[in-house]
Design a protein. Structure first.
Ligand code: BES
Ligand code: MN
Ligand code: MN
Length: 473
């Protein structure tokens, strides 16, 4: 069989694949939005758009409802091929996206894909609609060239990834460990990015996360700051002090005990950062910053991948409009999250944070009501790079890019990864196709046309290499 034939087919049909991505981007499947339009779109992108595509390549699609109400979009469980002589690869991806509006500062309509200079701009192009479609396009190319697909494929495609609310999906997956997830040999996820713009990556680690809300209530309604300022324990002052007590401007987390479970560095890990292609100046300019909290390549990568971080995201209920308002807000909610690394435990971290905030609050002498709750939560994940799954990924990368993939970890989180590893008992690997400057979650998110095309070739090659491994080659 000829992979070249598959590659040629992919080259020749790029306009179809672009239209497909553009059609997917046009469905505003914004995760966890209250807007009816978004709720319907998130359901529809799975139930209509993706299901149709999967059926067109001959997959058996099983739409599974999750959660106990209609608020959750369904999850796709799909099966393509059940040959006993082939390995079975599980593909995970998500069709929900982050919110986006022109007024956020986009140069083009976020839900109308626009190609400029070989870059396809639009929400979800790189995270994660483009990679999901790349799998489907690659499979279809085999079929249309009348080449048998080298592996059996199972898909899990969801619509709640960006909300962090993966509880119901986790339950479903674990309950299907001996059902849908039986007999899976490898899991491959394409939902992250290269570390730079030139060198392809294979990713074996993700950070986890706990997302916190800290609510402070200081009065029964908003107060005039001129009339009452000076005698009230103001909630905003207490909240800012609480937030300030947890993280220093240089990124150091100042919560007692937070680093206790962080795995120490081994000499092997220490050595692994050296060969990675990462340019500090390019990185700084992608971010638009002039100084970072760490100066060396290893220091920067380690603090993105293998140490925890705490970010403050916003304050709900605080005055944030233009102009002045002389108000003492009665109730506000601070939002922050901590990225977790091996071997941190979300529950232990939650307990430490709650204890820290309680003791800080006690030290202020205020009798404000301070409550802490968590929303999203996920363990970190580390894969085993010695598994044959990674051999297939490495060979596929060399085949398409004519250079070796860097082995990377990521600072971001995909809550379901560890669950998939547990339910299948098989190796999980991340095989990204997008570039470091794609700007997932940001304004002007894009996917390069070349990354989309090479990504399809990479996934096509990966399926082939898996079958070669199985044949002992
Ligand atoms: N695709 C990302 C995960 C990701 C981001 C991997 C960066 C590697 C690098 C995913 O869609 C995502 O955004 N995840 C959220 C999860 C959260 C809402 C629980 C994240 O990391 O913030
Ligand atoms: Mn994603
Ligand atoms: Mn995302």
């Amino acid at each position: 069989m000829s992979l070249q034939q598959v590659f040629d087919h992919l080259d020749a049909n790029m306009s179809t694949y672009k239209t497909r991505l553009s059609d997917a981007v046009a469905i505003p499947s914004v995760s966890n939005s209250q807007e009816t339009e978004h709720v319907e779109a998130t359901r529809s992108v799975l139930e209509d758009y993706t299901r149709c595509l999967l059926e067109s390549i001959g997959a058996t699609v099983d739409m599974r409802e999750i959660g106990d109400n209609q608020e959750y979009p369904p999850v796709i469980f799909a099966t393509l091929g059940t040959s006993a002589s082939k390995k079975t690869v599980l593909v995970y991806g998500h069709m929900d996206v982050q919110p986006a509006q022109m007024s956020d500062g986009w140069d083009t309509e976020p839900f109308a894909m626009t190609t400029i200079d070989g870059k396809m701009y639009g929400r979800g192009t790189t995270d994660d609609k483009g990679p999901v479609l790349a799998w489907i396009n690659a499979i279809e190319a085999y079929q249309q060239e009348n080449i048998p697909l080298p592996v059996n494929i199972k898909f899990v495609l969801e619509g709640m990834e960006e909300s962090g609310d993966s509880g119901p999906l986790q339950d479903l997956i674990l309950s299907e460990a001996d059902g849908f997830f039986a007999g899976i040999d490898y899991t491959c996820i394409s939902d992250n990015y290269w570390l730079g713009q030139n060198t392809p990556c294979i990713t074996y680690g993700l950070r986890g996360i706990v997302y916190f809300h800290v609510n402070v209530k200081c009065a029964k309604k908003d107060l005039h700051s001129g009339v009452h300022g000076g005698v009230v324990y103001e909630g905003m002052a207490e909240l800012c002090a609480i937030l300030n007590s947890m993280v220093a401007p240089n990124g150091d987390i100042t919560i007692t005990g937070i680093n206790r479970d962080v795995l120490p560095m081994t000499p092997e890990e220490e050595a692994s950062y050296g060969p990675i292609d990462f340019n500090i100046d390019t990185y700084k300019s992608e971010l638009g910053v002039t100084k970072l909290t760490h100066r060396t390549k290893a220091g920067i990568l380690q603090h993105r991948w293998r140490y925890p971080s705490l970010s403050i995201h916003g304050i709900e209920g605080a005055f944030s409009d233009a102009g002045d308002k002389t108000v003492i807000p009665a109730e506000i909610t601070g939002k922050f999250s901590i990225r977790l690394v091996p071997d941190m435990d979300p529950q232990k971290v939650t307990n430490l944070v709650k204890a820290h905030i309680r003791s800080f609050h006690n030290s202020t002498g205020s009798e404000n009501e301070v409550t802490v709750s968590t929303t999203a939560s996920a363990f970190s994940w580390l894969g085993d790079t010695s598994d044959a799954n990674y051999t297939a990924g490495k060979r596929a990368t060399v085949r398409v890019h004519h250079k070796a993939a860097d082995l990377t970890r990521e600072g971001g989180s995909i809550p379901i990864t560890l669950t998939l590893q547990e339910a299948t008992g098989a190796s999980v690997m991340m095989l990204p196709i997008g570039s470091s400057d794609d700007g997932a979650h940001s304004q002007n998110e894009k996917l390069n046309v070349s990354n989309y095309l090479n990504g399809m070739k990479l996934l096509a090659s990966y399926m082939y290499e898996v079958s070669q491994l199985a044949a002992g080659r």
